[in-house]
Design a protein around this ligand. Sequence first.
Ligand code: SF4
Length: 145
Amino acid sequence: MKIGISACLLGYEYRYDGSHRKNEELIKLLEKHELIPICPEISSGFSIPHDPIELKDGKAFMSNGADVSDKLMKGSLISYERIRDCDLLILKSKSPSCGYKKIYDGSFSGKLIDGNGMFTSICLENGLKVFTDDDIGSIKGYTDR
Ligand code: SF4
């Protein structure tokens, strides 16, 4: 399978604070597949590190109050073009870009609400199958088919 995957799950130090979320179990599970790393925030041109971003009412804000909606949308569309023909996507949970089903609420207080990241929303609207790194069991079932 051709699988689009959040680059930070592969060990790229692309998170807002310069860290990664390398997931060895996931990498091992996917070793026979073609992986396409994407990072909508890097595609958007954000420097590393940068202030954290959260979504509020469909818009993206940095913790300093800056509205970065247009910038993040542009990068999300660039990343989407790279993975639009993938069989599935595996994205980093809770991210304002890559999150699926749960994201932070925009108050920068650690509170989660139902919702999807900006990039994830574009992918779902275009019919792509999405899992997160929290769905290892489901990913295994899907890729073993
Ligand atoms: S935008 Fe996505 S791929 Fe990039 S660091 Fe954040 S969660 Fe990882």
